[in-house]
Design a protein around this ligand. Structure first.
Ligand SMILES: NC(=O)c1ccc[n+]([C@@H]2O[C@H](COP(=O)([O-])OP(=O)(O)OC[C@H]3O[C@@H](n4cnc5c(N)ncnc54)[C@H](OP(=O)(O)O)[C@@H]3O)[C@@H](O)[C@H]2O)c1
Length: 421
């Protein structure tokens, strides 16, 4: 059996024009890419083939296909760079996107992926601060899950020397989100307390690490019990098992007045609970609707319940409670300067050893269904990474142990909770 046949995601061949590709790749010649522009006219004639993870329709894991796209090479435009991708970050947004629940992702067929890292293989005219061979982190609204991408040079960020490609791919979405919420919106300061939901997920771990850069910040973190030791080591002051305990009661036992900041990626009734938990002058930031997602397929019931239970407030009530409610969505953040500044700060924190992405597991493109399943089944602690490089025969995925020690009881609770929700 060949590697492709063994892979759960079957590799498909796609001809030019089959996919709607606005800012999608690739152009220039990987090997002989000159430093100032993309390619020679002869090389541009040659079609380029590139493995990509394409969302072919909304639904389950089978909707994400590994395809080989054969495209005409185009010259890089001014200000663009061609990056050979070494690692990509898988995000909760892609789980939602697969179900048709993530608006910024264009309709299928579309290549997924918002973040990655790799090596610059060619640069367009006017690009002065990136060179062929640079190791960079790259961001795009979509289209990062492929072997080569073309992105504006200003959406790339040079990687610190000691940073691995996996770590680089794990930085942008999770850390920018956590950074902007904590430092730009909630203005976290010494002595404050923060409730971090999904504390063992990518954003949760990033938020916990960033809280540690401020003295004397107390972090309440909700996560499955099997992940508590790891998140406590990572800086969560009070891990709470939201599956078996009422997290509001648990927090009130420790801090009767509640907390200063709530980061809410869940939505629905949890947003109401978060608002009620705020101390006066506290800030609630809503940044996700994970309660809408109960498994592989879209659940209309979960969506309706989340929508029905959402927080509904008027400005009078806000005034009378002395609380702030904010929303954050990186996918709608058009201010490049804010992103640049935050990325520079984050990379500096990495250099100083103050933040470090925790990589849960790495999967090859062929194994994208397993990667998504790991997040849906709530087994990950930290970031799930996708690798464009084909899987070698006999190679196995490395995973963190704690997450895999999840008890049967927890797995059962998960199913029951999904049913109830
Ligand atoms: N607004 C933005 O710009 C932005 C950016 C990035 C992420 N987000 C949001 O932030 C949240 C976390 O994203 P992430 O990438 O950090 O997630 P992640 O790494 O995939 O976290 C997954 C973990 O969260 C927990 N969890 C709780 N509810 C879940 C559910 N319904 N389905 C699956 N897992 C669930 C599970 O851990 P336990 O076993 O501990 O339950 C799971 O292992 C998501 O809601 C996402 O949409 C928003």
């Amino acid at each position: 059996m060949s590697g492709e046949e063994e892979a759960p995601t079957q590799q498909q061949h796609q001809q030019p024009g089959q996919e709607r590709t606005p800012d999608e790749p690739p152009p220039s010649p990987p090997a002989a890419a000159p430093s100032s522009s993309s390619s020679s006219p002869a090389a541009e004639e040659e079609p380029l083939s590139c493995r990509a993870l394409v969302l072919t329709g909304y639904g389950g894991y089978d909707k994400v296909k590994l395809q080989v796209k054969t495209q005409r090479r185009a010259r890089l435009q001014a200000g663009e760079v061609l990056v050979r991708v070494k690692a990509c970050g898988l995000n909760f947004a892609e789980l939602m996107g697969r179900q048709g629940l993530y608006e910024p992702l264009p309709a299928p067929p579309v290549t997924m992926g918002m973040e990655g890292s790799g090596v610059v293989e060619a640069v367009g005219e006017d690009v002065e601060d990136r060179r062929v061979g640079d190791r960079v982190i790259a961001m795009s609204r979509f289209g990062m899950f492929q072997e080569v991408v073309v992105v504006p040079a200003d959406r790339t960020f040079p990687m610190p020397e000691q940073m691995s490609f996996e770590e680089g791919a794990a930085i942008p979405i999770n850390y920018l989100t956590a950074y902007m919420m904590l430092f730009e919106m909630a203005n976290v300061r010494p002595g404050k307390s923060v409730l971090v939901h999904m504390a063992a997920g990518g954003v949760g771990i990033a938020a916990t690490q960033l809280c540690q850069t401020v003295p004397d910040v107390t972090v309440f973190g909700t996560a499955s019990a099997s992940k508590h030791e790891t998140i406590a080591q990572g800086g969560v002051t009070h891990p709470i098992d939201y599956r078996t305990k009422d997290y509001v009661e648990e927090i009130r036992k420790i801090s009767p007045k509640g907390v200063d900041i709530v980061l809410d990626p869940l939505g629905g009734s949890d947003t109401q609970k978060g608002f009620n938990l705020l101390k006066p002058l506290g800030t609630l930031i809503v940044f996700g609707a994970a309660n809408c997602v109960t498994g592989q397929k879209k659940s209309l019931l979960a969506m309706m319940k989340t929508w029905y239970n959402q927080l509904s407030l008027n400005t009078m009530k806000l005034m009378q409670t002395n609380k702030a409610v904010c929303g954050f969505h990186l996918g709608y953040m058009a201010e490049d300067q804010l992103i640049d500044r935050a990325m520079r700060e984050l990379l500096e924190l990495y250099r100083q050893g103050k933040i470090k992405p925790r990589i849960d597991s790495c999967y090859h493109f062929e194994e994208v269904a397993d990667a998504m399943r790991r997040m849906h089944d709530r087994h990950n602690i930290g970031k799930v990474i996708l690798l464009p490089e084909p899987k070698k025969p006999g190679e196995n995925v490395e995973k963190t142990e704690a997450a895999d020690n999840k008890t049967k009881e927890e797995a059962a609770t998960e199913e029951v909770k999904a049913e109830k929700d």
